[in-house]
Structure formats: C-alpha cells, structure tokens
Design a protein around this ligand. Structure first.
Ligand code: MG
Length: 277
C-alpha cells in the first residue's frame, strides 16, 4: 500500500545518548550490589581473550549473577523505572511533538514518532518513563524459561542497529518480518530523509552513516562532564564529517540540543508539507 510519508521519525541510541549512565548500572547493578568495574572488566576480558560479541559477553555475565538469573522479563521491565536520564527528559518528547500541533501540519497529517535502538536491554527501556512516548524499542533480549531469564535471545550489536533503522523505515517492526524484503519506494513508511538519528559516539557510526548517506539528519551528543566524550563528538563532526551537529546532552528547552532537534524536526515537517502541496 502506498504510504503518505508524512511522519518525522526521531531515532535515539540509549546509553550515553538519553542517559548519562549505562542502563545496566542504573537498573540492575545498584539493586543487586554488582560492582560495575569488575563486571565490565570480566566482560571486556571475554571480548578480548575469547572474542565474544560484546553484547553476548555482558548478557552471559548478567545470567551468571544468581539474583539476576532469578528474574523474569516482566520483573526486568519493572526495573526500567529506575533508569536515569539527561536533563529535560522525558518532558522533551511531548514538548517536541507539540511543535507539529498546528493547522499547517495537521492539514497533511504530519506526525512525529520516537524510536529507541539500543545495544542495551529492550525490556529496561520498555519499563522506563520514556515508554509512553515511544513508537517502538529495539534492543538485546533474554529468552525466559519457567518464569526466569534463561539465555540471550536477541543481540543488537552496533552494526545490527542499522538493521533496525531499515525496520523503522519500512515499518517492519516485528522480528517475524523479513527486513530484506524488496519494497517499492512509495511503500516506505519513513524515508531516511524524514529521519533524525541521535547517538553519542563511535558505536553509532554505522547508524550515522546510513541516515546521513540517505539524506537524513544526525546529531552526536556528549556528557558535558566527560572530556573524552566531547573529543569523540568533535572528531565525528569537525574532522570526519559523519554527523551534522554535536551538542551537549541536555534536552531542556532552549539548550543547544533542543534548538537543533526542534529545528531539524520542523525542517523535515516543512519539507513534507511542501511536497504534499
Ligand atoms: Mg550510546
């Protein structure tokens, strides 16, 4: 079915993009007294010495912890309430959506949708205060047996994140659908040029590249207290030209990031209106 292509899609990475911390630390480590340093040390050793995929390495590390292994996916989801965000979230999400709440955009049904594509745990984001505002969340998942987390079921590595962008673009949100199916252009729900991707660094480079190469907009954000994070964003923007804009991770109104996001959303929405007319 031909699509009206009147949706602005804003896609966020999660860790260090929406939150100053890693989601496992906010939601799981604090509750069970897991020390982050040795946990990530063991994870990195599996990656370096045994060539594990890094997402599989931390997922197995979590299952090795007896308290975590007792959890169900529903309990994991409930722990998403403990996630901490950068300033301005989650209020920024409805505030930005309100930008399109006027007759000019309503006439053509222009809408804003938010997605999260993370290499962290999908269930934690699904249980967080962000979730009422999100159209879909993609991330790593555990299978469950007898009501307990059992083994990794889905691993969304940095390059697998680009697959999720195509899923969003083609509206193939369910994993039961083949993302590689050929789709004529008019059936694409959110063309990449109607998309904004917000990430925090080198792990988002494949997604930045896909969105930017197809005419979408890209923003790299950094934690202002982290000099190295700023340096990464500077490289991505100024020297490598892989992203359109770098901004401090602050989603409050009138911050550099909010001004940039607002501007990009309105620019895409205006283009949709022009092409409809
Ligand atoms: Mg990140």
């Amino acid at each position: 079915m031909p699509q009206p292509q009147n949706i602005v899609g804003v896609v966020f990475d999660y860790d260090k993009t929406l939150s100053p911390s890693y989601m496992q630390e906010d939601a799981i480590f604090k509750r069970f007294g897991i020390e982050p340093k040795p946990f990530w040390g063991r994870t990195n050793a599996l990656v370096a010495d045994h060539l594990y995929e890094s997402e599989l390495a931390w997922m197995y590390q979590l299952l090795d912890h007896p308290e975590v292994a007792k959890l169900s996916n529903a309990e994991l989801r409930a722990m998403g309430q403990d996630l901490k965000f950068y300033p301005g979230l989650p209020d920024a999400l409805p505030q930005m959506r309100a930008l399109l709440d006027n007759t000019k955009y309503r006439e053509f049904g222009v809408q804003l949708e938010y997605y999260v594509v993370t290499s962290g745990l999908k269930e934690l984001v699904k249980g967080s205060p962000l979730t009422p505002h999100l159209k879909a969340v993609f991330g790593c998942e555990f299978d469950e047996r007898d009501g307990r987390l059992w083994r990794p079921k889905r691993c969304v590595s940095h390059t697998a994140k680009t697959q999720m962008l195509f899923r969003i673009s083609k509206n193939l949100i369910s994993m039961s659908e083949d993302v590689n199916v050929h789709m004529p252009h008019e059936q694409i729900r959110i063309p990449f040029w109607n998309m904004v991707y917000v990430g925090d660094g080198p792990t988002d480079v494949p997604c930045f590249a896909v969105v930017k190469n197809y005419g979408g907009k890209t923003i790299a954000v950094y934690d202002p207290s982290d000099d190295r994070a700023y340096q990464k964003c500077y490289e991505l923007t100024v020297n490598e030209k892989r992203v359109d804009m770098a901004a401090e991770a602050n989603y409050a109104p009138k911050s550099h990031l909010r001004r940039t996001l607002d501007r990009m959303i309105l620019e895409i929405a205006d283009k949709i209106v022009d092409s409809r007319r």
